[in-house]
Design a protein around this ligand. Structure first.
Ligand code: AMP
Length: 186
């Protein structure tokens, strides 16, 4: 099963990604983690990506697609993958569709974990360091929304987007996700 997971900071995406990955026995593919590993290993992609990540800007699509393609070729991706932090641009989303199609696969589901802004602000404030002012947190959320909106729209318009209510306990949110991914066994 091929799944894309989207959610703002504070939505519990990391927790849910780990649980989905474990339950479905598919790898959790976070492009941020892959890039950090590439930098640690000192690979060419790592060298090329470093400056962008330091500046907090997007790493060029070409490098991202290369790192994702390489990862998808590993055996553990045969049963499927859970993408996190990817795609971040429309051209990455289109490339993912193409790559999967070439492999005779398709994206089964795009899950967007949605939490009202007030609740996100509360959660992020609770885990913030003292220098994280409310305004800084609000800006992070705003920039996530601006960056992700086109991707959400891309998947919504092709009928592949499912919205998950991210309020409640991690167990409750996970149950909602599994009802979507495995409707028959829930
Ligand atoms: P993350 O861990 O997902 O927050 O990613 C950390 C940084 O890695 C981002 O700020 C970007 O510089 C880079 N990055 C991760 N995923 C992507 C992607 N899909 N496209 C472009 N840049 C990315």
């Amino acid at each position: 099963m091929q799944i894309v997971l989207i959610g703002p900071p504070g939505a519990g995406k990391g927790t849910q990604a780990a649980r989905i990955s474990q339950r479905l026995a598919i790898p959790h593919l976070s492009t941020g983690d892959m890039l950090r590993l590439a930098i640690e290993e000192g690979s060419d992609i790592g060298h090329a990506a470093k400056q962008y990540m330091k500046a907090g800007t997007l790493v060029p699509d070409e490098l991202i697609l290369k790192i994702v393609d390489d990862r998808l070729a590993h055996d553990d991706c045969r049963a499927g993958s859970l993408f996190d932090g990817f795609p971040r641009t429309i051209s990455q989303a289109e490339a993912l569709d193409r790559t999967l199609e070439e492999q005779g696969r398709k994206l089964d589901c795009v899950l967007e974990i949605v939490v009202p802004e007030e609740a996100l602000l509360e959660r992020l404030a609770a885990r913030a360091r003292t220098d994280d002012q409310p305004e800084v947190i609000r800006n992070r959320l705003q920039s996530f929304e601006n960056d992700t909106q086109p991707i959400i729209e891309y998947y919504r318009s092709s009928g592949r987007l499912t919205i998950i209510d991210g309020m409640g306990t991690p167990d409750e949110v996970f149950d909602r996700i599994m009802k979507v991914l495995e409707p028959d066994s829930a």
